[in-house]
Write a protein that binds this ligand. Structure first.
Ligand code: PBG
Length: 326
């Protein structure tokens, strides 16, 4: 039966009706807030290419975390901006490092808030690559040991979930083994399983000072043309013991997100990355888009495509909106 009997508009006639038949909804439970932490006291320094986002000292990060927890945000993910960088990124596994300190302070300030730590070396290496360099390229196997050490020190500090974002082969298995050998069987791994070599990370690299000093990340992050390879990456990480997987960036890879979710039906996250944030902010600042509407529409798109949760710089702000809606 079709027109004139069938009229889909009948179910769009009022907001109440639309609300009743809506297939996908956004909830505060879906949102994870990334935080950039640095050394010092009482520091809150705005990131030029990410207006509204800040580099926070540990004390300020703990305050922010407590506020997020109050608003119902379930988790934060921490990125460290260390004082010292070197060839191997040794500040990453320093037990007194900025991320380790922030994990402890946040766990004290907001015990029920989940703390996820990003595990990667690019913020800590002087050359800005995600691993150690050998013969002009990032050495996969040498890097694995350092990632495992970093993950272990995060777990020892109290991290609930470890999120490796480096894209080395075998890192989930190596990290899982190291955590288990040290008694951290319950510390979960959220793997950045499907991470593309993307121009959308530009503002993040500004924030973290992690732009590669030579070359690019194309020998370890994925080629944007590949979707079948995403299935292989996700499969390997799940086999190696990932508890959850992620697809990143977000809006330009919704097809991949939907494919990965439909194929494995495992907990799958999306990351609305820094460049996506910056584009929305820039257009909104110019009055070219309705900021709130576009933010909510993009977050809903991730859910519709199959994301179980979303890492987004808007988590805290959107939590406030959703709360006021009730
Ligand atoms: C670390 C890492 C990056 C992001 C998350 N973890 C940067 C990169 O790979 O260059 C990007 C996050 C964002 O752009 O918001 N490897």
């Amino acid at each position: 039966m079709s027109f004139p009997t069938d009229r889909p508009r009948r179910l769009r006639r009022s907001e109440t009706l639309r609300r009743m038949v809506r297939e996908t909804r956004l909830s505060v439970d879906d949102l994870v807030q990334p935080l950039f932490v640095m050394s010092g006291q009482n520091v809150r320094r705005e990131i030029a290419s990410m207006p509204g986002q800040y580099r926070l000292s540990v004390d300020r990060a703990a305050e922010e975390a407590a506020r997020l927890a109050d608003w119902g945000v379930p988790a934060v993910i921490l990125f460290g901006i260390p004082e010292h960088k070197d060839d191997s990124g040794s500040s990453a596994w320093n037990d007194e490092g900025v991320v380790q300190g922030a994990v402890q302070a946040i766990k004290q300030a907001a015990p029920n808030l989940l703390v996820i730590t990003d595990v990667c070396l690019c913020e800590y290496t002087s050359h800005g690559h995600c691993g150690v360099i050998s013969q002009g390229d990032v050495s996969n196997d040498l890097t694995l040991k350092l990632l495992a050490k970093t993950a272990l020190s995060h777990a020892q500090a109290g991290a609930d979930l470890i999120a490796p974002s480096d894209m080395m082969d075998g890192r989930v298995a190596t990290i899982r083994r190291t955590l288990d050998e040290n008694g951290f069987h319950e510390t979960a791994i959220l793997s950045y399983a499907v991470k593309y070599a993307s121009g959308f990370y530009g503002p993040f690299r500004d924030a973290a000072g992690s732009t590669p000093q030579f070359g690019d990340r194309c020998s370890y992050q994925m080629d944007p043309g590949n979707a079948l390879e995403a299935l292989r990456e996700a499969e390997l990480d799940l086999e190696e013991g990932a508890d959850m997987i992620m697809v990143k960036p977000g809006i330009a890879y919704l097809d991949v997100l939907a494919l990965v979710k439909a194929t494995f039906n495992r907990v799958t996250a999306a990351y609305q990355v820094s460049g996506e944030y910056a584009m929305i902010e820039a257009a909104a600042h110019n009055g070219w888009i309705d900021r709130q509407r576009v933010i909510l529409e993009t977050l809903l798109a991730f859910k519709r495509a199959g994301a179980d949760f979303i890492l987004t710089y808007y988590a805290g702000e959107v939590a406030g909106w959703l709360r006021n809606d009730k």
